[in-house]
Design a protein around this ligand. Structure first.
Ligand code: SF4
Length: 181
């Protein structure tokens, strides 16, 4: 992958290989912002639905169109991107959302702790994360999103079924979340 750095007003970004999956066709975006986002994080937490944020940790995370987005004071990472076109679009839209929140800051009540009950990210982290495709989904993230939408069941992931403890834990979390499995 061409790691050429793209420079935009207010930020720059590049696509990098996913370190734990060197053979993957997907990439991560690493954005660097010019102005620190640290003071803005509690305001972003108030406006980004389903995000996870604990003030003081310096990171806000959420799912966006199947990607895990992590916003830190000077860097933003976005996982599982197909290529340059998708990367450009995601960066433009995300930076615009952040700019909008900064502009409306005076009207927003900041949130210092945000924790959704069960997120796609929680489910993803409970999966084997090998992207083997045995479940019929192209990636573990896509399968996690399907579980979250209640369109899949954990039993459709053969590698997970072999890890009984992890399987039972995820099953329990999904049931608490209201999934009938
Ligand atoms: S079968 Fe399981 S490990 Fe394989 S891609 Fe699907 S969710 Fe991921």
């Amino acid at each position: 992958m061409n790691r050429n750095r793209m420079i935009k007003p207010g930020y720059a970004y590049e696509l990098v290989n996913i370190e734990c999956m060197p053979s993957s066709d997907l990439f991560n975006i690493v954005m660097e912002v010019e102005a620190s986002l640290e003071p803005l994080l509690p305001y972003l937490a108030a406006t980004f639905p389903g995000c996870t944020y604990i003030h003081g940790t310096g990171v806000l995370q959420f799912m966006e169109e199947g990607h895990i987005v992590a916003i830190r004071p000077t860097t933003i990472t976005i996982t599982g991107v197909e290529g340059a076109v998708e990367a450009e679009s995601l960066c433009i839209r995300l930076f615009q959302r952040i700019t909008d929140v900064a502009a409306r800051k005076g009207d927003i009540t900041p949130v210092f702790k945000a924790q959704p009950s069960l997120t796609v990210l929680d489910i993803f982290l409970a999966l084997p994360r090998t992207n083997c495709g045995l479940c019929g989904s192209p990636t573990c993230m896509a399968f996690a999103a399907g579980l979250h939408r209640r369109e899949e069941t954990p039993a459709s992931c053969p590698p997970l079924r072999t890890e009984r403890e992890k399987y039972d834990t995820l099953l329990q979390k999904l049931q608490i979340h209201g999934c009938s499995l």
